[in-house]
Design a protein around this ligand. Structure first.
Ligand code: SUG
Length: 447
Protein backbone atom coordinates (compact mmCIF):
# COMPACT_ATOMS: atom_id res chain seq x y z
CA UNK A 1 0.00 0.00 0.00
CA UNK A 2 1.18 3.52 -0.80
CA UNK A 3 2.47 5.50 2.17
CA UNK A 4 3.24 9.15 2.77
CA UNK A 5 5.32 11.01 5.27
CA UNK A 6 3.34 13.43 7.40
CA UNK A 7 5.26 16.18 9.16
CA UNK A 8 3.64 17.12 12.46
CA UNK A 9 4.99 20.56 13.27
CA UNK A 10 5.04 21.85 16.81
CA UNK A 11 2.87 24.91 17.21
CA UNK A 12 4.97 27.35 19.24
CA UNK A 13 3.39 27.95 22.64
CA UNK A 14 2.34 31.38 23.96
CA UNK A 15 5.21 31.58 26.48
CA UNK A 16 8.11 31.10 24.03
CA UNK A 17 11.16 32.67 25.64
CA UNK A 18 14.94 32.64 25.79
CA UNK A 19 16.17 31.42 29.17
CA UNK A 20 19.57 29.93 28.33
CA UNK A 21 18.51 26.55 29.66
CA UNK A 22 20.33 24.18 27.32
CA UNK A 23 23.98 23.72 28.18
CA UNK A 24 25.67 22.32 25.06
CA UNK A 25 23.29 24.17 22.70
CA UNK A 26 25.21 27.22 21.48
CA UNK A 27 22.17 29.25 20.32
CA UNK A 28 20.26 28.72 23.57
CA UNK A 29 23.21 29.89 25.65
CA UNK A 30 24.03 32.88 23.50
CA UNK A 31 20.46 34.21 23.47
CA UNK A 32 19.81 33.79 27.18
CA UNK A 33 17.61 36.65 28.38
CA UNK A 34 17.06 38.22 24.95
CA UNK A 35 13.46 39.32 24.59
CA UNK A 36 11.26 36.93 22.64
CA UNK A 37 8.25 37.44 20.39
CA UNK A 38 5.88 34.47 20.82
CA UNK A 39 3.41 35.75 18.23
CA UNK A 40 6.09 36.08 15.57
CA UNK A 41 7.40 32.63 16.55
CA UNK A 42 4.07 30.85 16.10
CA UNK A 43 3.36 32.70 12.84
CA UNK A 44 6.79 31.79 11.43
CA UNK A 45 6.04 28.13 12.16
CA UNK A 46 2.61 28.37 10.56
CA UNK A 47 4.13 29.88 7.39
CA UNK A 48 6.39 26.86 7.05
CA UNK A 49 3.44 24.49 7.53
CA UNK A 50 1.44 26.38 4.91
CA UNK A 51 4.30 26.26 2.42
CA UNK A 52 4.66 22.48 2.88
CA UNK A 53 0.91 22.01 2.48
CA UNK A 54 0.95 24.08 -0.71
CA UNK A 55 3.63 21.80 -2.12
CA UNK A 56 1.05 19.03 -1.89
CA UNK A 57 2.62 17.41 1.18
CA UNK A 58 0.69 16.03 4.12
CA UNK A 59 1.13 18.36 7.07
CA UNK A 60 0.01 17.93 10.66
CA UNK A 61 -0.17 20.12 13.75
CA UNK A 62 1.26 19.20 17.16
CA UNK A 63 -0.18 21.27 19.99
CA UNK A 64 1.99 23.05 22.58
CA UNK A 65 2.10 22.13 26.27
CA UNK A 66 0.45 23.98 29.13
CA UNK A 67 2.89 26.41 30.68
CA UNK A 68 3.79 27.28 33.32
CA UNK A 69 3.91 23.74 34.67
CA UNK A 70 2.22 24.56 37.97
CA UNK A 71 2.27 20.96 39.14
CA UNK A 72 6.03 20.76 39.04
CA UNK A 73 6.30 24.04 40.98
CA UNK A 74 4.02 22.49 43.62
CA UNK A 75 6.18 19.40 43.65
CA UNK A 76 9.16 21.66 44.27
CA UNK A 77 7.56 23.12 47.38
CA UNK A 78 5.71 26.23 46.21
CA UNK A 79 2.27 26.54 47.80
CA UNK A 80 -0.91 28.56 47.54
CA UNK A 81 -3.02 29.66 44.60
CA UNK A 82 -1.55 29.69 41.09
CA UNK A 83 -0.97 33.43 41.48
CA UNK A 84 0.86 32.95 44.81
CA UNK A 85 2.94 30.10 43.40
CA UNK A 86 4.12 32.30 40.55
CA UNK A 87 4.92 35.22 42.84
CA UNK A 88 6.87 33.02 45.21
CA UNK A 89 8.76 31.20 42.44
CA UNK A 90 9.66 34.48 40.72
CA UNK A 91 11.15 35.81 43.96
CA UNK A 92 12.90 32.59 44.98
CA UNK A 93 14.27 31.43 41.63
CA UNK A 94 13.33 33.32 38.46
CA UNK A 95 15.26 30.96 36.20
CA UNK A 96 13.43 27.96 37.63
CA UNK A 97 10.16 29.76 36.89
CA UNK A 98 11.35 30.47 33.32
CA UNK A 99 12.14 26.77 32.89
CA UNK A 100 8.58 25.94 33.97
CA UNK A 101 7.36 28.47 31.40
CA UNK A 102 9.51 27.08 28.55
CA UNK A 103 7.76 26.44 25.24
CA UNK A 104 10.39 23.83 24.34
CA UNK A 105 7.75 21.27 23.32
CA UNK A 106 7.64 23.15 19.97
CA UNK A 107 10.65 21.06 18.85
CA UNK A 108 8.65 17.97 18.06
CA UNK A 109 11.64 16.16 16.55
CA UNK A 110 12.26 15.55 20.26
CA UNK A 111 8.67 14.61 21.07
CA UNK A 112 9.01 10.93 20.29
CA UNK A 113 10.58 8.19 18.23
CA UNK A 114 8.18 6.83 15.63
CA UNK A 115 8.48 3.55 13.74
CA UNK A 116 6.24 3.09 10.70
CA UNK A 117 4.25 -0.12 10.36
CA UNK A 118 6.44 -1.34 7.49
CA UNK A 119 9.33 -1.72 9.97
CA UNK A 120 7.52 -3.41 12.84
CA UNK A 121 6.76 -7.08 13.47
CA UNK A 122 3.15 -6.46 14.53
CA UNK A 123 2.48 -4.15 11.57
CA UNK A 124 1.50 -1.20 13.80
CA UNK A 125 2.92 2.31 13.93
CA UNK A 126 4.81 2.62 17.23
CA UNK A 127 5.35 5.79 19.29
CA UNK A 128 7.57 6.30 22.33
CA UNK A 129 7.63 9.79 23.79
CA UNK A 130 11.16 10.91 24.59
CA UNK A 131 12.01 11.35 28.28
CA UNK A 132 14.33 14.30 27.52
CA UNK A 133 15.83 13.95 30.96
CA UNK A 134 19.09 15.71 30.14
CA UNK A 135 17.47 19.12 30.70
CA UNK A 136 15.05 19.92 33.50
CA UNK A 137 12.73 22.06 31.37
CA UNK A 138 12.50 19.35 28.71
CA UNK A 139 12.00 16.54 31.23
CA UNK A 140 8.58 18.13 31.91
CA UNK A 141 7.35 17.14 28.45
CA UNK A 142 6.83 13.34 28.09
CA UNK A 143 3.53 12.89 29.96
CA UNK A 144 1.71 15.58 27.98
CA UNK A 145 3.44 14.47 24.78
CA UNK A 146 2.05 10.97 25.26
CA UNK A 147 -1.43 12.36 25.98
CA UNK A 148 -1.26 14.45 22.81
CA UNK A 149 0.00 11.55 20.70
CA UNK A 150 -2.87 9.40 21.96
CA UNK A 151 -5.35 12.16 21.07
CA UNK A 152 -3.84 12.49 17.58
CA UNK A 153 -3.35 8.79 16.82
CA UNK A 154 -6.33 7.42 18.66
CA UNK A 155 -6.86 3.97 17.17
CA UNK A 156 -5.46 0.78 18.77
CA UNK A 157 -5.82 -1.14 15.57
CA UNK A 158 -3.14 0.91 13.82
CA UNK A 159 -1.20 2.71 16.54
CA UNK A 160 0.77 1.50 19.54
CA UNK A 161 1.80 4.00 22.24
CA UNK A 162 4.54 3.24 24.77
CA UNK A 163 5.34 4.92 28.05
CA UNK A 164 8.52 7.03 27.91
CA UNK A 165 11.70 5.33 29.19
CA UNK A 166 12.65 5.55 32.89
CA UNK A 167 13.34 9.19 33.89
CA UNK A 168 17.04 8.81 34.40
CA UNK A 169 20.17 9.86 32.53
CA UNK A 170 21.04 6.21 32.02
CA UNK A 171 18.18 5.99 29.55
CA UNK A 172 18.50 9.52 28.14
CA UNK A 173 16.24 9.62 25.10
CA UNK A 174 15.83 12.59 22.74
CA UNK A 175 13.41 10.99 20.27
CA UNK A 176 13.48 11.36 16.50
CA UNK A 177 16.33 13.92 16.58
CA UNK A 178 18.66 10.95 17.04
CA UNK A 179 16.90 8.58 14.70
CA UNK A 180 17.11 8.40 10.88
CA UNK A 181 15.19 6.17 8.55
CA UNK A 182 16.49 5.09 5.14
CA UNK A 183 14.17 3.41 2.64
CA UNK A 184 13.36 3.15 -1.04
CA UNK A 185 9.92 4.67 -0.46
CA UNK A 186 7.96 5.43 2.71
CA UNK A 187 5.88 2.28 2.16
CA UNK A 188 8.92 -0.03 2.10
CA UNK A 189 10.56 -1.60 5.10
CA UNK A 190 13.25 0.84 6.10
CA UNK A 191 16.51 0.82 7.99
CA UNK A 192 16.12 2.70 11.26
CA UNK A 193 19.49 4.16 12.18
CA UNK A 194 19.64 5.09 15.85
CA UNK A 195 22.45 7.52 16.59
CA UNK A 196 23.55 7.63 20.23
CA UNK A 197 25.91 10.10 21.90
CA UNK A 198 27.36 7.73 24.50
CA UNK A 199 26.80 4.42 26.21
CA UNK A 200 25.80 4.31 29.88
CA UNK A 201 27.10 0.76 30.37
CA UNK A 202 30.01 0.41 28.05
CA UNK A 203 32.85 2.61 29.21
CA UNK A 204 35.03 1.45 26.34
CA UNK A 205 33.02 3.73 24.04
CA UNK A 206 34.23 7.35 24.02
CA UNK A 207 32.21 10.22 25.48
CA UNK A 208 32.29 13.96 24.84
CA UNK A 209 34.42 15.76 27.43
CA UNK A 210 32.72 19.15 27.64
CA UNK A 211 29.05 19.01 26.68
CA UNK A 212 26.58 16.22 27.55
CA UNK A 213 25.74 13.34 25.22
CA UNK A 214 21.98 13.42 25.54
CA UNK A 215 21.06 10.16 23.79
CA UNK A 216 22.32 6.87 25.21
CA UNK A 217 22.82 3.60 23.39
CA UNK A 218 20.75 1.85 26.04
CA UNK A 219 17.79 4.17 25.39
CA UNK A 220 17.98 3.61 21.63
CA UNK A 221 18.08 -0.16 22.12
CA UNK A 222 15.08 -0.05 24.46
CA UNK A 223 13.05 1.95 21.93
CA UNK A 224 13.93 -0.51 19.16
CA UNK A 225 12.75 -3.39 21.41
CA UNK A 226 9.51 -1.62 22.38
CA UNK A 227 8.77 -0.93 18.73
CA UNK A 228 9.27 -4.60 17.80
CA UNK A 229 11.51 -3.59 14.95
CA UNK A 230 12.30 -6.23 12.38
CA UNK A 231 15.85 -7.50 13.02
CA UNK A 232 17.13 -6.07 9.73
CA UNK A 233 15.45 -2.74 10.32
CA UNK A 234 17.72 -1.51 13.08
CA UNK A 235 21.25 -0.24 13.36
CA UNK A 236 22.99 1.62 16.18
CA UNK A 237 25.84 3.99 15.42
CA UNK A 238 27.65 6.49 17.56
CA UNK A 239 27.73 10.23 17.03
CA UNK A 240 31.18 11.78 16.96
CA UNK A 241 31.82 12.97 20.55
CA UNK A 242 34.26 15.58 19.24
CA UNK A 243 31.45 17.46 17.48
CA UNK A 244 29.08 17.17 20.46
CA UNK A 245 31.71 19.25 22.25
CA UNK A 246 31.41 21.83 19.48
CA UNK A 247 27.66 22.29 19.91
CA UNK A 248 26.18 19.35 17.99
CA UNK A 249 23.82 18.38 20.82
CA UNK A 250 21.53 16.25 18.64
CA UNK A 251 22.35 14.15 15.59
CA UNK A 252 19.92 16.23 13.52
CA UNK A 253 22.33 19.16 13.83
CA UNK A 254 24.88 17.20 11.74
CA UNK A 255 22.93 14.72 9.56
CA UNK A 256 19.56 14.36 7.85
CA UNK A 257 18.08 11.34 6.06
CA UNK A 258 15.16 10.97 3.69
CA UNK A 259 14.27 8.01 1.50
CA UNK A 260 17.48 6.72 -0.05
CA UNK A 261 19.54 9.83 0.81
CA UNK A 262 21.73 10.51 3.82
CA UNK A 263 23.20 14.01 3.94
CA UNK A 264 25.80 14.26 6.68
CA UNK A 265 28.92 16.14 7.62
CA UNK A 266 32.15 14.19 7.24
CA UNK A 267 32.65 14.47 11.02
CA UNK A 268 29.13 13.41 12.00
CA UNK A 269 29.84 9.87 13.24
CA UNK A 270 32.50 8.12 15.26
CA UNK A 271 34.81 6.16 12.91
CA UNK A 272 32.79 7.53 10.05
CA UNK A 273 34.10 5.30 7.25
CA UNK A 274 33.21 2.20 9.26
CA UNK A 275 29.81 3.61 10.32
CA UNK A 276 28.86 4.42 6.73
CA UNK A 277 29.98 0.97 5.63
CA UNK A 278 27.65 -0.55 8.20
CA UNK A 279 24.79 1.57 6.90
CA UNK A 280 25.49 0.51 3.31
CA UNK A 281 25.63 -3.16 4.28
CA UNK A 282 22.43 -2.96 6.29
CA UNK A 283 20.44 -1.06 3.67
CA UNK A 284 18.05 -3.53 2.08
CA UNK A 285 16.44 -1.22 -0.48
CA UNK A 286 16.84 -1.81 -4.18
CA UNK A 287 17.50 1.79 -5.10
CA UNK A 288 20.97 3.30 -4.95
CA UNK A 289 21.71 4.63 -1.50
CA UNK A 290 23.11 8.16 -1.77
CA UNK A 291 25.40 9.08 1.09
CA UNK A 292 26.49 12.69 0.69
CA UNK A 293 29.31 13.66 3.03
CA UNK A 294 29.96 17.36 3.39
CA UNK A 295 33.68 18.08 3.82
CA UNK A 296 34.94 20.32 6.64
CA UNK A 297 36.88 22.23 4.05
CA UNK A 298 33.58 23.39 2.52
CA UNK A 299 31.45 23.66 5.66
CA UNK A 300 33.19 23.87 9.03
CA UNK A 301 31.52 22.52 12.16
CA UNK A 302 31.14 26.12 13.37
CA UNK A 303 29.27 27.01 10.17
CA UNK A 304 27.16 23.84 10.38
CA UNK A 305 26.15 24.74 13.95
CA UNK A 306 25.46 28.43 13.30
CA UNK A 307 23.62 27.93 9.97
CA UNK A 308 21.84 24.67 10.86
CA UNK A 309 22.39 23.35 7.32
CA UNK A 310 21.83 19.76 8.50
CA UNK A 311 18.71 20.73 10.38
CA UNK A 312 17.04 21.33 7.06
CA UNK A 313 14.11 19.08 6.25
CA UNK A 314 14.70 16.83 3.30
CA UNK A 315 11.41 16.28 1.51
CA UNK A 316 10.44 14.04 -1.41
CA UNK A 317 8.27 15.91 -3.92
CA UNK A 318 5.61 14.37 -6.17
CA UNK A 319 8.08 13.89 -9.06
CA UNK A 320 10.51 11.99 -6.79
CA UNK A 321 13.06 14.81 -6.56
CA UNK A 322 14.01 16.15 -3.15
CA UNK A 323 13.72 19.59 -1.63
CA UNK A 324 15.95 20.97 1.11
CA UNK A 325 13.87 23.11 3.48
CA UNK A 326 16.58 25.24 5.04
CA UNK A 327 16.64 28.05 7.58
CA UNK A 328 17.45 31.49 6.16
CA UNK A 329 20.66 31.46 8.18
CA UNK A 330 21.99 29.08 5.46
CA UNK A 331 21.37 31.73 2.85
CA UNK A 332 23.25 34.30 4.86
CA UNK A 333 26.30 32.12 5.47
CA UNK A 334 28.48 32.42 2.38
CA UNK A 335 30.23 29.04 2.61
CA UNK A 336 26.99 27.19 3.37
CA UNK A 337 25.06 28.95 0.65
CA UNK A 338 27.75 28.15 -1.88
CA UNK A 339 27.75 24.51 -0.79
CA UNK A 340 23.96 24.27 -1.20
CA UNK A 341 24.18 25.67 -4.73
CA UNK A 342 26.79 23.02 -5.58
CA UNK A 343 24.70 20.29 -3.96
CA UNK A 344 21.54 20.96 -5.95
CA UNK A 345 23.46 21.06 -9.21
CA UNK A 346 25.33 17.80 -8.64
CA UNK A 347 24.15 14.32 -9.44
CA UNK A 348 21.90 13.32 -6.53
CA UNK A 349 18.15 13.46 -5.75
CA UNK A 350 18.39 16.81 -3.89
CA UNK A 351 17.47 19.30 -6.59
CA UNK A 352 15.72 22.20 -4.89
CA UNK A 353 16.14 24.46 -1.90
CA UNK A 354 13.82 26.84 -0.07
CA UNK A 355 14.79 29.10 2.79
CA UNK A 356 12.49 29.96 5.70
CA UNK A 357 12.57 32.64 8.35
CA UNK A 358 12.39 30.70 11.62
CA UNK A 359 14.54 33.09 13.59
CA UNK A 360 12.46 32.97 16.78
CA UNK A 361 12.99 29.22 17.06
CA UNK A 362 16.52 29.27 15.64
CA UNK A 363 17.67 31.58 18.45
CA UNK A 364 16.95 28.74 20.85
CA UNK A 365 18.69 26.15 18.67
CA UNK A 366 15.62 24.86 16.81
CA UNK A 367 15.68 24.75 13.00
CA UNK A 368 13.15 23.49 10.42
CA UNK A 369 13.79 19.81 11.19
CA UNK A 370 13.58 20.33 14.97
CA UNK A 371 10.11 21.73 14.54
CA UNK A 372 8.64 18.61 12.97
CA UNK A 373 7.95 15.00 13.85
CA UNK A 374 7.87 12.70 10.83
CA UNK A 375 5.28 9.95 10.73
CA UNK A 376 5.13 7.70 7.66
CA UNK A 377 1.57 6.39 7.24
CA UNK A 378 -0.26 4.24 4.73
CA UNK A 379 -3.71 5.27 3.49
CA UNK A 380 -5.64 3.41 6.22
CA UNK A 381 -3.41 4.77 8.95
CA UNK A 382 -3.70 8.30 7.60
CA UNK A 383 -7.49 7.96 7.64
CA UNK A 384 -7.32 6.94 11.28
CA UNK A 385 -5.50 10.14 12.32
CA UNK A 386 -7.59 12.70 14.19
CA UNK A 387 -8.69 14.84 11.21
CA UNK A 388 -8.60 18.05 13.26
CA UNK A 389 -4.79 17.90 13.54
CA UNK A 390 -4.34 17.74 9.77
CA UNK A 391 -3.34 21.02 8.17
CA UNK A 392 -5.63 22.80 5.69
CA UNK A 393 -6.09 26.36 4.54
CA UNK A 394 -9.08 26.72 6.85
CA UNK A 395 -7.06 25.43 9.76
CA UNK A 396 -4.29 27.87 8.90
CA UNK A 397 -6.73 30.81 8.95
CA UNK A 398 -8.19 29.66 12.26
CA UNK A 399 -4.77 29.26 13.85
CA UNK A 400 -3.46 32.62 12.62
CA UNK A 401 -6.56 34.25 14.02
CA UNK A 402 -6.18 32.31 17.26
CA UNK A 403 -2.51 33.32 17.61
CA UNK A 404 -3.23 36.98 16.86
CA UNK A 405 -5.94 36.96 19.53
CA UNK A 406 -3.98 35.27 22.29
CA UNK A 407 -0.25 35.74 21.81
CA UNK A 408 1.92 38.58 23.05
CA UNK A 409 4.50 40.10 20.76
CA UNK A 410 7.11 40.53 23.45
CA UNK A 411 8.22 38.67 26.56
CA UNK A 412 11.05 39.81 28.81
CA UNK A 413 12.25 38.52 32.20
CA UNK A 414 9.85 40.60 34.30
CA UNK A 415 6.78 39.41 32.41
CA UNK A 416 7.09 36.02 34.08
CA UNK A 417 6.19 37.60 37.41
CA UNK A 418 2.78 38.51 36.02
CA UNK A 419 0.19 35.77 36.72
CA UNK A 420 -1.91 37.17 33.89
CA UNK A 421 0.50 35.38 31.51
CA UNK A 422 -0.70 32.05 32.97
CA UNK A 423 -4.35 33.03 32.56
CA UNK A 424 -3.82 34.11 28.94
CA UNK A 425 -1.81 31.03 28.10
CA UNK A 426 -4.30 28.57 29.59
CA UNK A 427 -7.16 30.37 27.83
CA UNK A 428 -5.38 30.08 24.49
CA UNK A 429 -4.73 26.38 25.00
CA UNK A 430 -8.24 25.67 26.19
CA UNK A 431 -9.53 27.13 22.93
CA UNK A 432 -6.91 25.23 20.92
CA UNK A 433 -8.04 21.87 22.28
CA UNK A 434 -11.42 22.55 20.67
CA UNK A 435 -9.86 23.68 17.38
CA UNK A 436 -7.75 20.52 17.23
CA UNK A 437 -10.34 18.27 18.83
CA UNK A 438 -7.90 16.97 21.42
CA UNK A 439 -10.18 16.57 24.45
CA UNK A 440 -8.99 17.58 27.91
CA UNK A 441 -5.31 16.77 27.41
CA UNK A 442 -3.88 19.43 29.70
CA UNK A 443 -3.60 18.98 33.48
CA UNK A 444 -5.36 22.34 34.09
CA UNK A 445 -8.39 20.96 32.19
CA UNK A 446 -8.54 17.87 34.36
CA UNK A 447 -8.94 19.53 37.78
N1 SUG B 1 17.74 19.56 17.44
C1 SUG B 1 16.50 19.38 17.78
N2 SUG B 1 15.85 18.36 17.32
N3 SUG B 1 15.86 20.17 18.66
C2 SUG B 1 16.31 21.41 19.12
C3 SUG B 1 15.96 21.60 20.54
C4 SUG B 1 16.38 22.92 21.08
C5 SUG B 1 16.16 23.03 22.57
N4 SUG B 1 16.39 24.37 23.03
C6 SUG B 1 16.01 24.76 24.25
O1 SUG B 1 15.40 24.02 25.00
C7 SUG B 1 16.35 26.17 24.66
C8 SUG B 1 15.42 26.73 25.69
C9 SUG B 1 15.94 27.97 26.33
O2 SUG B 1 17.14 28.13 26.51
O3 SUG B 1 15.10 28.84 26.71
C10 SUG B 1 17.05 22.02 23.29
O4 SUG B 1 18.20 22.36 23.55
O5 SUG B 1 16.59 20.91 23.60
Amino acid sequence: MHAVEVNFDGLVGPTHNYAGLSYGNVASLSHASSHSNPREAVLQGLEKMKAMHELGLEQGIFAPHARPDINVLKRLGFTGSDRQIIEKAFKADPILLRACYSASAMWTANAATVSPSADTLDGKVHFTAANLNNKFHRSLEPTTTTALLKAMFNNDHYFSHHCHLPDQGFFGDEGAANHNRLCDSHADTGLEVFVFGASSFNNALPKPSKFPARQTLEASQAVARLHQLKPHSQLFIQQNPVVIDQGVFHNDVIAVANGNVLLCHEQAFLNQAHALDEIKKAYTGEKTLHIIEVPTQKVSITDAVSSYLFNSQLITLADGSMLLVAPQECQRNLAVHQYIQELILSDNPIQHVRFFDLRQSMQNGGGPACLRLRVALNANELNAVNPAVRFSHDKYDQLVNWANTHYRDSLTSNDFADPQLLTESYQALDELTSLLNLGSVYPFQQQ
